[in-house]
Design a protein. Sequence first.
Length: 553
Amino acid sequence: MSDQVFDYVIVGAGSAGCVLAARLTEDGSRRVLLLERGGSDRSVFIQMPSALSIPMNMARYNWFYHTEPEPGLGGRRMHTPRGKVLGGSSSINGLVYIRGNPLDFEHWAAQGAEGWGYRDVLPYFKRAERREEGGDAYRGGSGPLATRYGTLANPLHAAWLEAARQAGYPLTADVNGAQQEGFGRMDMTVGGGRRCSAANAYLRPAMRRPNLTVVTHAHATRILFEGRRAVGVEYLRGGNLQRARAECEVILSGGPINTPQLLKLSGVGPAAELESHGIDVRHDLPGVGENLQDHLEFYFQVACKEPITLYSALGAWARIKIGARWLLFKDGLGATNHFETCGFIRSRAGVEYPDIQYHFLPMAVAYDGSTLAREHGFQAHVGPMRTKSRGWVRLASANPLDKPRIFFNYMGHPDDWTEMRACVRLTREIFAQPAFDRYRGREIQPGGEVRSDSEIDAFIRAKVESAYHPSCSCKMGAANDPHAVVDPQTRVYGLTALRVVDSSIMPSVTTGNLNAPTIMIAEKASDHILGRPALAPEDAPFHRAENWRESQR
């Protein structure tokens, strides 16, 4: 083994890896190596919030994974973007800051993730956050991760909130506070007009420390073991195979696709799968790569009768002015992700807490920029939060340079269809409210003719998209759970000196976007890794609709 020796080796400089690199090097006593397959995040397309769709479509920053053909979606192969750059997916995402519902974490604890209930994770959310409006019982005011609200300057945001109220839904002051259910402002990870990725929030300040080494363009190929102890990582860089030794621990933070792939390439995973690729089985761990979950969504689009949407900002001269203003002042339309209002509702009576999420956008366009707006319009991104379908990540071969096989089994459970139909009908009802009368033109998508269950199902099958929230492929759980991969301290079962810290260890996907809970996971895991006492639990009350058994709203 080479002379590269560290206390900790972290694989992946994404939302979790950047947090760990910062927290593990804080006191200067530990030598940490952070390996990242991608390169620098110093690009205006990454740093400018409104340019969010551009880096997602650049091979320089995106792994460009695609699924196996998905039977539930007519055999479509779905794009599964993952960040390949410092900051990982937090450098190419939509900059939305949603923690999830408190009951998500109560359910984590009930699934065997002891010590990860809402009262346990709340202090870590607060430790991470630097909210522009300041901290309170639910929000952090002095952490590394900057969050703020949009200006709500476009009048369509006010129309959206008022329409929701007219439809009988509550308005909430803070979807990340005491009450997620309802409609309100949506936080974004923006500070000083710039994207506040995990790299900007955590890694950039930590890179000034002499005890942190960051190596980019490093493709991890396998974990090195001595017996059942992880002792280092092998990686390719510039065509050369290199090794780094970890005196304390190896920590995998590659995310829900790369982490199970690396475990399997290293002989950790379902024995039959490993043997089929000629990989020696180090540890038969059936849950590696299983339990894969995601959120699906579609864009409910309506034409706008007044020329007030962001369509006006798509011309060449308008874009130049927006970009110049952002470069000079870090404000204006370039300093927002435009997802400034949102909503969380229940799909039907008997659902305990919200299982549908909305992002409202004052423009009708594909989120990833794949299609351009063709007219003035507005849209709600809408989709179910707790699919019962489960998928997997499996090896295509034993070659670490081959992309893994990904299968979500989208729409594989009958309840998924029930929830998607509710998304269409409930959204149509909101847009039909008087608040939109002056703005509402024709229904662009799904289209007013799409009414019956079969018509809605056909629309969903053809048009639904991933919300880009893959997770849960190395689930955290109790020792007696045969499908658990890590324990509640994030240690891989059956091995020593090896942890997984990223969104793959979620037992079940949270109600909302995943950047915030992934950062929380890493904040909490850093205390476990360092042997520190966990932050004191906080018993802040949270909302649960009293009438949930009898009523949808």
